[in-house]
Design a protein around this ligand. Structure first.
Ligand SMILES: Nc1ncnc2c1ncn2[C@@H]1O[C@H](COP(=O)(O)OP(=O)(O)O)[C@@H](O)[C@H]1O
Ligand SMILES: [Mg+2]
Length: 157
């Protein structure tokens, strides 16, 4: 299977948002996006773009008191697409993630967007799309997008 890696350079928060929207257009029910990178590298901004692309109308911000927020997304072709936004920054251990039933969501019918996915260890599924963010200047961020097992499979119709 294709294991292509795409590198994108963002020079503004808006551009990072746009990259998120671009990815949203390619997401299908059941997809997981594993976001990694330092604090302030743009993960939440990107998630906001993905959510905008999935027609989420709620204000999207990192879950603070819970591990996951759920939003009512709608796919570009008008089908309901639940979005689960995880932030694992405060996770004590992957066990904690397992205990909240993450597998039901990671292997469910919605889209999972997982900030600090590295803290989830082996629980992050192999079908995840990885997006890594790194600082490359005050307003510049490098995004590296790759798939663990495939790259944005075309719809099987
Ligand atoms: N090119 C860029 N892309 C994304 N965010 C940027 C960019 N340049 C500056 N920023 C700023 O960096 C911060 C990114 O914050 P956030 O998306 O919450 O990061 P994270 O979720 O990775 O901690 C915001 O304050 C944003 O305004
Ligand atoms: Mg964040």
């Amino acid at each position: 299977m294709s294991n292509k890696t795409i590198t994108q350079v963002s020079s503004s928060p808006d551009q990072t948002h746009r990259f998120g929207r671009d990815l949203a257009a390619r997401l299908e029910p059941g997809d997981c996006v594993a976001l990694t990178g330092d604090l302030g590298s743009g993960k939440t901004r990107f998630v906001q773009g993905v959510c905008a692309g999935l027609n989420v109308t709620d204000y999207v911000t990192s879950p603070t008191f819970v591990i996951v927020n759920e939003y009512a997304g709608v796919s570009p072709d008008g089908k309901p697409m639940p979005v689960y936004h995880f932030d694992l920054y405060r996770l004590g251990s992957p066990d904690e993630l397992y205990e909240i039933g993450c597998d039901d969501l990671f292997f469910g019918e919605g889209v999972c967007l997982i900030e600090w996915a590295d803290l989830g260890g082996d629980l992050i599924p192999d079908h995840a799309i990885d997006v890594h963010f790194s600082h490359a200047g005050e307003m510049v961020r490098n995004l590296t997008i790759s798939a663990r097992t495939r790259l944005y499979t075309a719809s099987e119709g």
